[in-house]
Write a protein that binds this ligand. Structure first.
Ligand code: DX5
Ligand code: ZN
Length: 214
């Protein structure tokens, strides 16, 4: 299994974002960018211009764009155009998940779909061939620094069983040195980590602690 750490910059120092990224990009497999519209979730973060700037500064970084927005069908093209490698939208945000997944693949990016804690991952079964990545939210989306929800472990197991090894099973929310063991054992292989990395002075030491577990 290919294990990947994706650093979420939501808890980075936005005034020093360039330096924050320079320090973290070499340490991780992916940069996870949380786009929030204040409608789908109770928070706003940043949009396409910020993602474009990050892409320009780090041409070969793998950019995983997590759209926590209520109108993904209106905006996904912007995030493809500026060079996301993976675009993940929420199942709950559209009645046309299948169409959107197909459009993403046709546009040349990996097609990701996310489920909030209350959504049954088995709803994705009918369209599983169209999915490259399933993002199982392990907190209610909207904010960094929340506690991991252990009820999601069963959902991760179900997702891995349903999708087999072809699909990335990604987890997001409350991942740290302790919880990464549990989600890995349940079948996840992509680990989004925000505050556990950015709340520490020594980011490299924090990533090394996670690597030890993986
Ligand atoms: C939450 C976001 C996450 C968040 C993770 O809605 O999708 O990516 O930044 O942060 P931590 O690791 O602090 O839970
Ligand atoms: Zn996220």
């Amino acid at each position: 299994m290919d294990y990947k750490i994706a650093a979420s910059i939501l808890n980075a120092d936005f005034l020093r974002l360039g330096a924050e990224l320079d320090a973290v990009v070499p340490l991780v497999e992916e940069i996870h960018l949380d786009v929030m519209d204040g409608l789908f979730v109770d928070n706003m973060s940043f949009g396409a211009p910020v993602v474009a700037g990050i892409r320009a500064a780090h041409p070969s970084a793998v950019i995983d764009t997590h759209l926590m927005i209520s109108t993904p069908h209106k905006f996904w093209r912007d995030f493809v155009a500026i060079g996301s490698n993976i675009v993940t939208f929420h199942y709950e945000a559209t009645d046309h998940a299948y169409a959107l997944l197909r459009q993403l693949r046709e546009a040349g990016v990996q097609a990701g779909i996310s489920v909030t804690p209350a959504t049954d991952v088995r709803l994705l079964e009918p369209i599983r061939e169209s999915i490259d990545r399933v993002l199982v939210m392990t907190v209610e989306p909207g904010f960094g620094g929340q506690a991991f929800e252990p009820q999601m472990l069963r959902k991760i197991e179900t997702a891995r069983r349903l999708f087999g090894d072809r699909v990335d099973i990604e987890v997001d929310g409350g991942i740290n040195r302790q919880t990464i063991k549990k989600v890995k054992a349940a079948g996840a292989n992509v680990f989004v980590v925000g505050s556990f990395i950015f709340d520490a002075e020594d980011r490299a030491a924090r990533v090394a602690q996670l690597r030890e577990v993986l």
